[in-house]
Design a protein around this ligand. Structure first.
Ligand SMILES: [Zn+2]
Length: 98
């Protein structure tokens, strides 16, 4: 799955917020990509991006019957999000919705 520029940024921000330790040097690389783009990375950083960061930007859709990839941080792929809603993972079971 090829991410659009916006999807790419969304996934990078998700990694920064929820996945990567702020002390990790990877977080510095991600910040640089968000601020200045992939082209600004040094050869070593780019290597890190391709091997460590890039594979984490896409996850499998949480729907068990679905094999579509989705942007990291989103529970469902585009098709399933239409069906189940994008934030279904945050809804607590048993909670009364007014
Ligand atoms: Zn799906």
């Amino acid at each position: 799955m090829e991410l659009s520029e916006n999807q790419n940024k969304e996934a990078l921000n998700h990694l920064l917020d929820c996945v990567i330790n702020p002390e990790d040097k990877v977080s510095g690389i991600i910040r640089q990509i968000i601020g200045q783009g992939v082209d600004s990375l040094s050869k070593n950083q780019k290597h890190h991006y391709d091997n460590t960061i890039k594979p984490s930007l896409v996850e499998k859709c949480s729907s068990t019957s679905c094999n579509q990839p989705t942007v990291a941080g989103r529970a469902h792929c585009g098709a399933c999000a239409l069906e189940y809603g994008t934030d279904s993972e945050h809804i607590t079971d048993g909670e009364t919705v007014a």
